[in-house]
Design a protein around this ligand. Structure first.
Ligand SMILES: NC(=O)c1ccc[n+]([C@@H]2O[C@H](COP(=O)([O-])OP(=O)(O)OC[C@H]3O[C@@H](n4cnc5c(N)ncnc54)[C@H](OP(=O)(O)O)[C@@H]3O)[C@@H](O)[C@H]2O)c1
Length: 327
């Protein structure tokens, strides 16, 4: 089959289409003919050699896809050849075929076309699992979303807003902040110009954010604690600002706060299955109603994967970058 291969670790130019062996579905897996996939920050890290796939998984980049089932491994029930699906992958999405555990399949939400559906699994599963399952955001609470104009950010703003939280968000330009506001953010903060801690304190009358969804890691650790409300939950999902920071435990315990960090890719299949089931139950109805929509910056053919990665490296995008695989 055709798949994206990397000639070396490096910039976007190392990516091109090549031939690799077809995947074979193991027991409990299905074989999906990929119609579209989408670019994630993790893909750019894998390309650079900073994020190796878990042992035993595909070397091909790609954490999500949409497509049609073309084969069933032993013991798979509830899915049939020909079903249109989208899927949360551990890898292998930038290819014509991918094998995926049946528990990581999701139906295509009503009203969403099959290509656009590729933009949903990673953001929906990451945001639902972290903001709602782990941090337990409640209606009426305040969520601070860092990087609100990215793939994760555009989804988090909409989902939290649809579920009656107050949403504050950071982004790096006035144009991106305007999109965040249009998606439902109540307060937008330009992280280049403004101190997000001061703004969060100001707009919450000193209360702070009940939940912070963080992509910056070390660089924001101390300021995120300052922005956190009493009994607040800081959920770190990205390390764009480094991995090693200093945690002021005094601040944390005075606030009875929690600092939690997770990565979806490394979770065992049974946890991914539970997350996918929860997303289908709680998130897909909101997508079908139009209360939460996939935000797609651009859709490119898989042959233009290097340009897609360049866009993400330069952060020129708002929302997701989709790659079409099948015609
Ligand atoms: N742990 C997990 O399971 C998991 C799963 C998925 C994603 N993630 C992480 O979530 C993050 C977002 O992923 P993505 O795929 O949505 O990537 P993305 O679309 O490239 O979003 C990254 C965002 O980071 C923002 N950013 C850059 N510098 C910033 C700063 N100083 N303060 C605040 N925001 C800043 C960018 O905003 P501007 O363009 O406005 O500068 C951009 O919107 C990444 O760190 C990724 O690794 C983690």
């Amino acid at each position: 089959m055709r798949a994206v291969i990397a000639s070396a670790a490096g910039g976007p130019e190392v990516l091109s289409l090549g031939e690799v062996a077809d995947p074979v579905p193991a027991p409990g897996e299905v074989l999906v003919e990929v119609v579209a996939t989408a670019v994630n920050k993790a893909d750019t890290l894998q390309r650079q050699g900073h994020y190796a796939p878990p042992p035993g998984t595909s070397e091909v980049i790609g954490l999500e896809c949409s497509g049609r089932i073309v084969g069933l491994g032993a013991g798979v029930e509830g899915w049939s050849v020909g079903d249109e699906v989208c899927a949360l992958l551990t890898g292998g999405g930038y290819a014509e075929l991918v094998a995926v555990p049946a528990g990581q399949l999701l139906p295509v939400p009503a009203g969403i076309d099959l290509v656009t559906a590729a933009a949903l699994p990673e953001v929906a599963c990451t945001v639902w699992s972290n903001v709602f399952m782990v941090a337990g955001l409640q209606p009426g609470e305040t969520l601070l979303v860092h990087g609100g104009a990215g793939g994760i950010g555009t989804f988090a703003i909409q989902l939290a807003s649809a579920l009656s939280a107050r949403v504050l968000t950071t982004a790096g330009s006035a144009e991106k902040l305007a999109v965040c506001a249009e998606l439902g953010a109540d307060v937008t903060i330009n992280y280049r110009d403004d101190d997000f801690v001061a703004v969060v304190k100001d707009v919450t009358d000193g209360h702070g954010a009940d939940v912070v969804l963080d992509n910056m890691g070390a660089a924001y650790l101390d300021r995120n604690l300052d922005a956190l409300a009493t009994e607040g939950r800081l959920v770190i999902i990205g390390m764009q600002g480094g991995t090693k920071g200093e945690l002021d435990i005094g601040k944390l315990l005075r606030k009875r706060g929690a600092v939690i960090a997770t990565t979806l890719r490394a979770r065992p299949p049974v946890e991914k299955e539970a997350i996918c089931a929860a997303v289908a139950e709680h998130v897909w109805p909101l997508v079908a109603q139009g209360a939460v929509r996939p935000v797609v910056h651009t859709t490119l053919p898989l042959a233009e994967v290097a340009e897609a990665h360049r866009l993400m490296d330069q952060s020129e995008h708002v929302g997701k970058i989709v790659l079409t695989v099948a015609d």
